[in-house]
Write a protein that binds this ligand. Structure first.
Ligand code: RTP
Ligand code: MG
Length: 149
């Protein structure tokens, strides 16, 4: 399997609801490795870069307002096939389709307040990571449990 990095971000609604720990715990228990994390208030420019693929869509303005409305907890995680697997743990974008057991399925009521972001491809992950972290902030180490995964 291929080791990958992804960018995961606890959105302002989840920070306000006290869900940082719950969300981080799900990725830790799955067996992924946290390599960087920080609480930040995104600038408008940073938000527009993060959601560049949605520029021009009718929900873009609301999305940028929402994501800059309070602090987010930005993280880089590493693991085998983490880009696809983390999106499975996150659940579908549309909360009506998000299965129980997923983060959105368990905690989100509205699609525009869906608690967490996860990169959708290696290219998006690289762009999104560079929007928040310098390479010197990514910590390299191994977890002893990895031989059991
Ligand atoms: P995200 O990027 O935030 O992790 O979410 P995602 O990949 O599951 O969904 P994406 O298609 O990238 O959309 C980004 C965010 O925009 C809002 N959205 N609203 N009204 C709509 O049809 C609509 N579609 C998307 C959602 O809040 C979604 O998380
Ligand atoms: Mg997306």
């Amino acid at each position: 399997m291929a080791q990958q990095q992804t960018f995961l971000m606890v959105k302002p609604d989840a920070v306000q609801r006290g869900l940082i720990g719950e969300i981080v715990q799900r990725f830790e228990r799955k067996g992924f490795r946290l390599v960087a994390g920080k609480l930040v208030r995104m600038t408008e420019q940073q938000a527009e870069f993060h959601y560049a693929e949605h520029k021009g869509k009718e929900f873009f303005g609301d999305l940028v307002s929402f994501i800059t409305s309070g602090p987010v907890f930005a993280m880089v995680w590493e693991g085998d096939e983490i880009i696809a697997l983390s999106r499975t743990l996150i659940g579908k974008t549309n909360v009506k389709e998000a299965a129980p057991g997923t983060i959105r399925g368990d905690f989100a009521l509205h699609t525009n307040r869906n608690l967490i972001h996860g990169s959708d491809s290696p290219e998006s992950a690289a762009r999104e990571i560079s929007n928040f972290f310098g390479t010197e902030e990514l910590v390299r180490y191994e977890r002893q449990i990895e031989q059991w995964l």
